[in-house]
Design a protein around this ligand. Sequence first.
Ligand SMILES: Nc1ncnc2c1ncn2[C@@H]1O[C@H](COP(=O)(O)OP(=O)(O)OP(=O)(O)O)[C@@H](O)[C@H]1O
Length: 282
Amino acid sequence: MENMIEVTSLEKSFSNYRALKDVSFEIRKGEIFGFLGPSGSGKTTTIKILTAQLKPTSGSAYVFGVPTHKLQEERYRKKIGVVSDDTSLYGRLSVYDNLKLYCDLYQVPLKRIEVVLQMVNLAHESKRIVSKLSKGMLQRVTLARAFLHEPELLFLDEPTSALDPVNTKHIYEGLERLKEKGTTIFLTTHDMNEAETLCDRVAFLNNGEIQLIGAPKKLCEQHGDPTLTVELIDGSEVIVPKGPDGAQQLFEYMSKDQVASVQSNYPTLGDIFVEVTGRKLS
Ligand SMILES: Nc1ncnc2c1ncn2[C@@H]1O[C@H](COP(=O)(O)OP(=O)(O)OP(=O)(O)O)[C@@H](O)[C@H]1O
């Protein structure tokens, strides 16, 4: 599969502080890739380098097969969408007028506004003045704006941090739809559930270093305990090993109709993060 992003031995220092240390990863076309790390681990710095807002100190970063400094060119800018804390919306204008300005800038038909407002559950709020919106609504307008020009590559810096569960679910559905259309998504989050729900692969970032990369399910299997917990109908629990011995035990419980449930003993991504980095994510 074609790579959308290729980062090799990336370093970023601010004065003497090394914010990114020998960071390497690639992101395939059409993937949702999660960058997970606690506050200060270097997630935003990475996004800023990948969107040409910051220059790396050393190492290389390629997006669409070109070095990131070329991304300022209009033909590449049009293919990228970025959502971060910095909303850059016009406070005195309505939601609709903010999006209209963006349509003009990116030569997008105005009918897209309705589509993206529906994606972020703001279809009935288009006349609201931006300065009067809640933090969560602002976050959703920023997402709508990033979806407007149907970018090939989306950078989302903690896209649901201000959202309630209903709107979070709405955004997840929107992101899944974009993925189905082939959009590649680079997502940073503190939220392990978000990563497990959305991401094809995740990288754990800690103190500017990548400590683990993989598909959430695979990571859980690799770090899992090779046992099953069998809950019996009398309420007791038995741990049985996976494999032929466990199968025999399970068969005996089942043939006596004693099994209420069977569960794999997999850790969550959060458990693995603590195991690998020695620290909690949030
Ligand atoms: N312009 C800057 N000048 C000096 N230090 C900086 C600058 N930008 C980031 N840093 C430092 O680099 C480190 C990584 O910051 P970064 O914003 O990338 O972390 P983060 O993982 O995105 O954190 P958060 O989850 O809180 O947004 C932090 O220690 C931060 O203080």
